[in-house]
Design a protein around this ligand. Structure first.
Ligand code: FE2
Length: 241
C-alpha cells in the first residue's frame, strides 16, 4: 500500500463518526472579510457516500481557492468592500460576474457543508411547513425528488441545482451554471443545493454523476433545511453564513 493511501486509511480510522458529531448551526452573517469556515463535522463523517479525500480537497482546496479569489477581487474593487456575502450577492450578483462567481461560490459552499449530515443520521423526508409547501408545489415528496433529480441530471457541465423560496415563501427548483447563486439579485432564497462540479464527486463516482446525485439524498440534513426554510427563506431572508 502506498504511503498516501496509508495516511488516508489512518485518518479515516482515527476519526469515528457518530450521529451527534455534527455541530449546531449558529451563523449570523456578520463577516465582511472572508475566511474558510470550519466544517461542522470531521472530514470522514460523510463516508461511505462521500470519501474523506473528496470532502478534504473540496473544503480545504476548492472552497479555500474561491475565498482567496473573492478576497483578491474585493481588494481590487473597493466598491464591494465592507459587505457581507449575502449583501454582495443581492446587490451585485446580477451585474458583476466576479461577484456572481466568487461571492456565489463562497456562499454556495458555506451552505453546502451544513446541508450535508452523516449518512444514516437523517430522516428520509422533511416535515412541517417545508413538506406542506413541497406538496403544494409538486404534489408529494417523491415527485419533488424526481423533479430535482431530473434537473440535476440534465445540467450540462459545471453548476448547481437549488431548492429555493421566492419572497412569498413559494418553493422553486433552479439550475445555475458555474458558481452562480439563486440569491443573486434576490431572485430566490436557497435552502438546499447539490454541487455538480466534478470536484464534488469525481474521485469517488468518476463519470457516474447520476449515481452521485442518487446517493446525495441520503446525506441531506432535512431538520436543518426545515429550520432554514421556516426561519429565513419563508420570510424572504437569506440563510446567514
Ligand atoms: Fe464545489
Amino acid at each position: 500500500m502506498c504511503a498516501k493511501r496509508i495516511i488516508w486509511s489512518l485518518l479515516i480510522a482515527y476519526c469515528s463518526a457518530s450521529c451527534s458529531e455534527k455541530d449546531d448551526y449558529s451563523y449570523k452573517n456578520e463577516n465582511t472579510t472572508f475566511s474558510l469556515p470550519k466544517l461542522p463535522y470531521s472530514y470522514n463523517a460523510l463516508e461511505p457516500v462521500l470519501w474523506t479525500q473528496v470532502i478534504y480537497y473540496h473544503h480545504k482546496k476548492e472552497h479555500k481557492n474561491i475565498i482567496n479569489e473573492l478576497n483578491d477581487y474585493i481588494k481590487n474593487n473597493q466598491d464591494f468592500a465592507g459587505q457581507t456575502v449575502t449583501d454582495l450577492l443581492i446587490n451585485y450578483g446580477l451585474q458583476d460576474d466576479g461577484i456572481a462567481n466568487y461571492a456565489g461560490g463562497h456562499y454556495n459552499h458555506c451552505l453546502l457543508w451544513w446541508i450535508y449530515t452523516l449518512a444514516d443520521c437523517t430522516k428520509e423526508e422533511p416535515e412541517g411547513k417545508l413538506l406542506t409547501k413541497i406538496e403544494e408545489k409538486w404534489g408529494n415528496f417523491t415527485d419533488f425528488v424526481g423533479e430535482f433529480t431530473k434537473t440535476a441530471n440534465s445540467v450540462f457541465g459545471s453548476g448547481w441545482v437549488w431548492l429555493c423560496a421566492d419572497s412569498e415563501g413559494n418553493l422553486e427548483i433552479k439550475a445555475k451554471k458555474n458558481e452562480y447563486s439563486p440569491l443573486a439579485g434576490g431572485e430566490c432564497y436557497p435552502i438546499l443545493g447539490i454541487d455538480l462540479w466534478e470536484h464534488a464527486y469525481y474521485l469517488k463516482f468518476l463519470w457516474e454523476r447520476k449515481e452521485y446525485v442518487s446517493m446525495w439524498w441520503t446525506i441531506v440534513d432535512w431538520e436543518l433545511i426545515e429550520y432554514w426554510y421556516e426561519t429565513y427563506a419563508a420570510n424572504g431572508l437569506p440563510v446567514p453564513v
